[in-house]
Design a protein around this ligand. Structure first.
Ligand SMILES: [Zn+2]
Length: 274
């Protein structure tokens, strides 16, 4: 599943390529699951709208739209895309072969198409007229150390589970939770509410560091993630613990261990993390 750095990479790529373009027409497939708003509603908001910006909010891709229709007044509408497990948002030429599992196509005035492809159909498309879709949870790249520490106050769950809780922090998934706990030297099983302020400050810093490095490298390519231009990311080459079970720790050579926390495979070094 794409996490914050992958969605950020995809959103930046899309912004670069389709900002300013106008959606001329919309085709939506027959499967209902990917449509969180109704098909007529999505089509009505998208048709004729100018894409003023594409950005990431949590794990969502948000297209800010300017509608031509005066009936909507000057209201900003938004097209919200959640990629789910396998969703891809591609910019293609109309001649490009139509991939199986294409659920939506927006034809742009530049002559290109935006296509939403999703084999497993956990991705979601919706439209909103909310002023500034925020999504749940706090943004990990901008949260202050104080606010970060407060999120975990009194929490009895493991710190790993708390990091994955999208109501606390949005966009952090399994890879970046494991990698940031490793860099902070904290065992994933530790109770979140019992971490010291010094440990939380370390975790705050390492989480930001890991996310920023991953964004710089275009995200981690596991499963079938690709960015808006169909390119893979490279952060998976920097993983120090994630999916390295049994391999020597890059710092101390102790074999990396794996356990299951909250149903998710969790990777850590028993020597470097305490
Ligand atoms: Zn180690």
């Amino acid at each position: 599943m794409p996490e914050l750095p992958e969605v950020e990479t995809i959103a930046r790529g899309l912004d670069k390529r389709v900002r300013g373009d106008v959606i001329e027409s919309v085709w939506l497939g027959k499967h209902r699951e990917p449509l969180k708003s109704s098909a007529p509603e999505i089509a009505a908001v998208l048709r004729g709208a100018r894409i003023s910006q594409v950005r990431r909010v949590g794990k969502h891709i948000v297209f800010d739209l300017e509608s031509k229709s005066s009936r909507n007044g000057r209201g900003q509408r938004q097209w919200i895309v959640h990629l789910g497990m396998t969703g891809q948002m591609l910019v293609t030429s109309p001649e490009a072969e139509l991939q199986k599992h294409t659920h939506a196509i927006a034809s742009l005035s530049s002559g290109r198409e935006l296509r939403f492809v999703d084999a497993r159909r956990f991705g979601r498309l919706s439209v909103t007229n909310e002023q500034g879709f925020a999504g749940p949870g706090t943004e990990p790249l901008t949260v202050t150390a104080d606010d970060f520490a407060k999120l975990f106050h009194g929490r009895k769950t493991s710190i790993k589970a708390a990091l994955l809780n999208q109501k606390l922090l949005h966009g952090v998934g399994n890879i970046y939770a494991d990698e940031s706990l490793f860099r902070a030297g904290i065992r994933p099983r530790r109770q979140a509410g019992r971490l010291t302020r010094v440990e939380l400050d370390r975790l705050h810093a390492s989480l930001k560091e890991v996310l920023k490095e991953a964004i710089k490298l275009g995200g981690s390519s596991v499963s079938d993630y690709v960015d808006a231009e169909g390119r893979a990311g490279f952060f998976q080459l920097q993983h120090r613990v994630y999916l390295r079970t049994g391999q020597p720790c890059l710092v101390c050579k102790t074999p990396i261990k794996r356990l299951v926390l909250g149903g998710r495979g969790t990777h850590y070094c028993p020597q470097c993390q305490s």
